[in-house]
Design a binder for this molecule. Sequence first.
Ligand code: FAD
Length: 83
Amino acid sequence: MEYDVVIVGGGPSGLATAIRLKQLNSELNICLLEKASEIGAHILSGNVFETRALDELIPGWKELDSPIKTMANLVASSCSKKS
Ligand SMILES: Cc1cc2nc3c(=O)[nH]c(=O)nc-3n(C[C@H](O)[C@H](O)[C@H](O)COP(=O)(O)OP(=O)(O)OC[C@H]3O[C@@H](n4cnc5c(N)ncnc54)[C@H](O)[C@@H]3O)c2cc1C
């Protein structure tokens, strides 16, 4: 198979690169290779996520069906209540 772009690694960098390239040219045939069993398989225990880059990459992502639901300040205050 032939591709215009092959991206090695499905972490945030590889995924953002694939999304941005498709935004710039939806005709591009892009292959993203990930050695893990699935995207995100290396995540250990959730994450704390600074959304500025996502705001720039996908404006309006909060209105889409995103799995990012919990505000970090809510996480921080619930953690501090437990200690
Ligand atoms: C323990 C830990 C906790 C963290 N917690 C947070 C957090 O809460 N919030 C936060 O913002 N950041 C966190 N980080 C940092 C964050 O994980 C990195 O900044 C981010 O993952 C970097 O993205 P990346 O795409 O450059 O690399 P990676 O996420 O490492 O992605 C690289 C991908 O390439 C794949 N790969 C490598 N070699 C090959 C190959 N030869 N063929 C195919 N696929 C390959 C890997 O499997 C991997 O999926 C944490 C990091 C660690 C180690």
